[in-house]
Design a protein around this ligand. Structure first.
Ligand code: BDR
Ligand code: CA
Length: 317
């Protein structure tokens, strides 16, 4: 199985992603690192501990960044999307004893684990990319030692809809655009699973309600947690269900053939009204100098077979 560090801001869809990661035999969860985003890092870390115990994962949980790289950048938690407790108001349904947090900050745990097994670790990041940027700054040599980075984030406008926080920006990226730009420009292989594909994959209300009674307490919890999330998406997008944002990044690790990729360097807009926009240069190299020159080609998911994503998630139950 593929050894994975899961960097996350749980988060309702983060919880669904973690469940799939914990259950799937092709993946070997080694650690959870937490970051601010859907709630404060105190709340997301507590949720990381709760979910690890709930899903019976005896792995270290390390607390990460409380805010973006540039502390003067605007910061706002998505409590209107994920609830005050980050889990749709039902975190109290998880009645388990939690293990203490790892003593290290998230970036240090990432560096230690990557250095201990060069070439092995896949980083799956489904929150703001601050921890990954801090790890790269702390030890740039990790770039050549990570097997792959899979990011849920960004919006490239290849489908009908684009950003979710602004017309062009996705939440994880706009929460720390400077970190995202650093992570995408670094010389390591990144696959970006953004809104272009996650907006195509809806878990319907009927499906979510069918989880009750399946998968025991976890099914009940996910149904209750997603009710809040469903109300939000129903109000803003008119869909009856939720997007499988973070779970799609896990599915990419399991079944990459379900996605269509496009290659080219990716940069992030860090100023002005387009702050947080992700832009890939997928043209043939012309030799002209641009802000994308010298950045490695990364892979952006531009299409997905949604039914395969949903089927893999379903198998976890
Ligand atoms: C992303 O933002 C967060 O709210 C979700 O957990 C997901 O990672 C979707 O834009
Ligand atoms: Ca997330």
């Amino acid at each position: 199985p593929m050894p994975v560090i899961f960097d996350t801001d749980p988060g309702i869809d983060d919880a669904m992603a973690l469940y799939l990661l914990a259950r799937h035999p092709a993946l070997d969860l080694r650690a959870i690192t937490t970051v601010f985003g859907n709630a404060s890092v105190e709340v997301t870390s507590r949720n990381g501990q709760l979910l690890a115990a709930f899903f019976e994962q005896a792995v270290p949980v390390a607390k990460g960044a409380a805010g973006p790289l540039h502390v003067d950048a605007e910061r706002e938690f998505s409590v209107h999307v994920h609830g005050d407790d980050g889990l749709g108001g039902v975190a109290s349904m998880i009645n388990v004893e939690v293990s203490p947090l790892d003593a290290r900050p998230a970036f240090q745990l990432i560096c230690d684990m990557v250095n201990a097994e060069p070439g092995a670790i896949t980083l799956i990041a489904v929150g703001p990319l601050t921890n990954l940027a801090l790890a790269l700054r702390h030890d740039p040599s990790i770039a050549s030692k990570v097997h792959r980075v899979i990011v849920m984030g960004g919006a490239f406008g290849t489908q009908a809809r684009c950003g979710n926080v602004t017309p062009v920006a996705e939440a994880n990226i706009i929460n720390d655009p400077e970190a995202a730009d650093l992570v995408f420009s670094a010389d390591w292989p990144v696959v970006i699973v953004g809104l272009d594909v996650t907006h195509e994959t809806v878990m319907s209300e009927a499906y979510l309600s069918s989880l009750q009674g399946r998968g025991g307490k976890v099914g009940d919890f996910l149904w209750q947690a997603t009710r809040h999330y469903q109300d939000f998406y129903n109000a803003v997008d008119g869909i009856k269900g939720v997007y499988a944002h973070d779970a799609s990044a896990i599915v990419y690790a399991i079944e990459p053939e379900a996605f269509t990729l496009r290659a080219g360097p990716v940069r992030v807009v860090t100023e002005g009204i387009a702050r947080g926009q992700t832009i890939q240069d997928f043209r043939k190299p012309s030799g002209a100098q641009t802000p994308w020159s010298g950045c490695p080609a990364q892979q952006v998911c531009i299409a997905v077979q949604a039914e395969r994503v949903l089927a893999i998630f379903d198998q976890a139950f």
